[in-house]
Design a protein around this ligand. Structure first.
Ligand code: ADP
Length: 399
């Protein structure tokens, strides 16, 4: 069976086609600037050197998905002869509130739940729903599965997900920590156990998903018991442009000083802060920050030091939460590629008896154990693969 995986954003859409008989990637692509001037689809058939790029107006998500279907059935660049060969579609959906702890087959009830969750993810759930609606119209007979960013974290106990607000705010509005990047945390923790040839139930694992958005999770007995993102993806680690944890009183303080609105400050916290803001707007990209750091740039040093300190601090607290740690995994853009940043984080972990093998830590984008032979904790690079995880869940529910 071939599965189409769709990850729909407000103006962009990523997709992949996977053949689940051997879990091989057949094609992948990106649609950008949906509903805007200059819309473009970039499609790649795996094994073909040439990418297929088409610039054409796309007024909405339905038009974008119609072009995706054209691309994957195209005589030259396509990977299926007709859409009948696509057995199911897997959609990445950001927020399922407390409703789903697992992936589900999409029906009208599921769509209703996701609509109810729009309040919790106003930027993400609406485009996810648009993608689902468009596929339903264009492929009415193909089953669809929703795979949620929040699902893996639903096993967190109340003591770790509850905010110390009056309890009625949780009861009335569902204000609590939900966590995100769940598909990645789930995939990486399972994969680490598999690589080590151990039962995940016997391991205490910390997964550091360090990309533009960054989060960390504590996985004990195969279950998430804590994660750093909260009601929204703003909480926790310092990120590319997001603050992560701050004192909420900063909001009112900045509003008064700058005579600004809540929306202005929310934008500041999400888009202008993080390592970008800390480096005096030098960059949110760790490649630039690493170069500048090594040239002695103070802003880059301030940003990277604060970032690595925060990651190490969370590792310490999750070690306490789990009563120990066996494996620490690094994943996503920074975690997979930046030996420099991993090295700085691990330098802060000597209290755990964790030591890095400098040579192994040069690895980029490959599965590898990077701890020294005498390290008391295993340190691993495990590249994430959210699309494969989505395709697997989709296949399991539709085969
Ligand atoms: P997201 O999915 O949250 O947008 P990614 O996981 O794709 O982010 O990570 C993107 C980030 O990864 C980039 O902004 C950059 O900081 C970092 N990155 C990618 N490659 C490298 C590299 N070779 N060295 C350091 N950082 C890298």
């Amino acid at each position: 069976m071939k599965v189409l995986v769709i990850n729909c954003g407000s103006s962009s859409l990523k997709y992949q086609v996977l053949d689940m008989t051997n879990e091989s990637l057949q094609a992948k692509g990106l649609v950008e600037r949906i509903g805007m001037e200059g819309s473009v689809i970039t499609h790649e058939k795996i094994g073909n050197d040439d990418k297929f790029v088409l610039r054409t107006p796309m007024e909405d998500h339905k038009a974008a998905i119609a072009l995706v279907l054209d691309a994957i059935t195209d005589d030259v660049h396509g990977v299926v002869k007709s859409m009948d060969e696509i057995g199911a579609v897997g959609h990445r959906v950001v927020h399922a509130g407390e409703k789903y702890a697992e992936s589900v087959l999409i029906d009208d009830d599921v769509i209703e739940v996701l609509e109810d969750c729009i309040d919790l993810a106003p930027l993400h759930n609406p485009p996810n729903l648009l993608g689902i609606a468009a596929c339903k119209e264009l492929m009415p007979d193909t089953p669809m599965v929703a795979v949620f960013d929040t699902a893996f974290h639903q096993t967190m106990p109340p003591e770790s997900y509850i905010y110390a607000l009056p309890y009625e705010y949780y009861q009335k509005y569902g204000i609590r920590r939900y966590g995100f990047h769940g598909t990645s945390h789930s995939y990486v923790s399972k994969r680490a156990a598999q690589i080590l040839g151990k039962d995940i139930k016997d391991l205490k694992i910390i997964v550091c998903h360090l990309g533009n958005g960054a989060s960390i999770s504590a996985v004990k007995d195969g279950k998430c018991i804590d994660t750093s993102m909260g009601l929204t993806p703003l909480e926790g680690l310092i990120m590319g442009t997001r603050t992560g944890d701050i004192d909420p009183s900063v909001v009112e303080f900045v509003m008064k000083k700058e005579n600004s609105t809540v929306a202005d400050v929310t934008n500041l916290l999400n888009k202008k802060s993080g390592v970008y803001g800390l480096s005096n707007n030098l960059s949110s990209d760790f490649r630039d920050l690493e170069d500048a750091y090594l040239k002695g740039d103070e802003g880059a040093k301030r940003a990277v030091d604060a970032f690595t300190y925060r990651v190490a601090k969370y590792i310490g607290s999750y070690t306490a939460a789990m009563g120990g740690v066996d494996v620490i995994c690094f994943t996503a853009g920074v975690g997979e590629n930046s030996g420099f940043t991993r090295g700085l984080i691990c330098e802060r972990l000597s209290f755990l008896g964790a030591t890095v093998d400098a040579e192994a830590n040069k690895v980029r984008g490959e599965e590898k154990t990077i701890s020294a032979a005498d390290s008391k904790v295993l340190l691993m690079v495990v590249p994430t693969n959210e699309e494969l995880a989505i395709a697997r869940d989709t296949y399991e529910l539709c085969k």
